[in-house]
Design a protein. Structure first.
Length: 124
């Protein structure tokens, strides 16, 4: 899973295997280490109680919650992304995006793209 944070935008991109894991287990998680005992965990979790896409940060973990029904539709169709916004409590909003990760059009054979979804414009 790829994590991108830019300003007040949080984006997760999932490979095919990660989308399958979300379907099987309801959760996908990854982490970045910053030294002994220091790591940032980021996760996408399907939730039966969530009513909208939202992100939460607690104890060095970013968790993006997606309603189960919304996750099921996204997993089972060609829908590419899920989008949501939430107030930050500081007169601002956080944009949250979850996307299926596509193969890069400019770097064929890239091992990092091996499990990415076929790009819809690959044959264009």
């Amino acid at each position: 899973m790829k994590l991108r944070i830019r300003g007040n935008t949080l984006r997760l991109r999932l490979s095919q295997a990660e989308v399958e894991q979300l379907e099987r287990t309801g959760r996908v998680e990854d982490a970045t280490g910053f030294g002994p005992g220091r790591r940032l965990v980021y996760a996408l979790q399907a939730s039966g109680t969530a009513t909208q896409l939202s992100a939460h940060y607690e104890k060095d973990t970013i968790t993006v919650l997606v309603p189960e029904t919304l996750a099921g539709t996204w997993i089972g169709t060609d829908q590419v992304s899920l989008e949501g916004e939430q107030p930050t409590g500081t007169d601002d909003t956080l944009a949250v995006l979850v996307e299926k990760d596509f193969k890069c059009l400019h770097r064929e054979g890239d091992a990092a793209d091996a499990d990415a979804f076929p790009h819809p414009r690959a044959n264009a």
